[in-house]
Design a protein around this ligand. Structure first.
Ligand SMILES: O=C(O)CCC(=O)C(=O)O
Ligand SMILES: [Fe+2]
Length: 275
């Protein structure tokens, strides 16, 4: 396995591996690379839907996403799709997946199935680097804070997607979600301190209103959006990305109007989070 960091803060290109056959020590090494670098990019993968699901099980289990359309045949595969005539994409703002769950998903294995001729890249940002960049004063301020996360304002019948042309594609409008997590978590495998709030799902700090929370949330988001802790994944046919939701945010760019883009996502089960 060849590991080539994308930059010093985030991302690793992984060569010399076919995910369909990966197991044992090699799988353990890839997991470690994802935990350390936040996102791994693998090119030229021959990964059928069955291989994709089997890899998810070998990794440690699958969380089925409650909102995205499912592949008709494979309930484990969530379809991340923008049709040629749609305007809105999925994940077109900074977020981390499933932070509204009590035990948020570890991450995802995303496979490119249909790509536009150009555009449709995905940005990733490292929340360990974001935490490191905070001033000592800000680190002290957030050290013991907890924050409430929910997806209701995104997916409910009067939520963000309902107003768009993705509205009718999504499921789960009736679901109620909510979880409170520490604002600074320790990565369950590496122990690294990570900033764990995100603009999509974090609503307020525990014991504070949304209005009271916003100034500090904005300050944290500004640090997390710094370009020098990001990498850009340019998708090609047969590219797979595997990311860690605890240590990264991502942002699917929506710059390919008039073309279809379709990705297959398997969401990997996570573990309890703690400060
Ligand atoms: O389409 C992408 O590149 C990522 C979309 C997204 O946010 C996700 O699959 O979680
Ligand atoms: Fe996402």
């Amino acid at each position: 396995m060849e590991l080539t960091p994308i930059n010093s803060k985030i991302g690793v290109e992984v060569g010399g591996v076919q995910l369909a056959k990966l197991e044992g020590d090699s799988l353990a090494a890839l997991k470690q690379a994802v935990y350390e670098h936040g996102v791994a990019v693998l090119r030229d993968q021959q990964l059928s839907p069955e291989d994709h699901i089997a890899l998810g099980h070998r990794w440690g289990g699958i969380d089925v996403n409650n909102y995205f359309p499912l592949d008709g045949e494979y309930a484990e595969i969530a379809i991340v799709r923008k049709k040629a005539d749609q305007e809105t994409n999925i994940g077109g703002g900074w977020h981390t997946d499933h932070s509204y769950d009590q035990i948020p998903a570890m991450g995802s294995i995303l496979v490119a199935r249909t790509l536009p001729p150009k555009g449709g890249d995905t940005l990733f940002a490292h929340m360990g680097a974001a935490y490191d960049s905070l001033s000592a004063e800000l680190k002290a301020k957030v050290a013991t804070l907890r924050a409430f996360h929910t997806a209701d304002h995104i997916y409910s019948p009067d939520g963000a997607y309902a107003q768009t042309d993705q509205g009718t594609e999504l499921r789960g409008q009736e679901l109620k979600t909510g979880a409170t997590h520490p604002v600074v978590i320790s990565h369950p495998r590496t122990g690294r301190k990570l900033l764990y709030v995100n603009p999509a799902f974090t609503v307020h700090f525990e014991g504070m209103t949304r209005e009271e929370s916003l100034p500090l949330l904005q300050e944290l988001y500004a640090a997390a959006m710094s370009e020098d802790i990001q990498c850009r994944v340019e998708w090609r046919e047969s590219t797979v990305a595997i990311w860690d939701n605890r240590s990264t945010w991502h942002f699917a760019l929506n710059d390919y109007h008039g073309y279809a883009r379709e990705m297959h996502r398997i969401t990997l089960s996570g573990e309890a989070l703690a400060a």
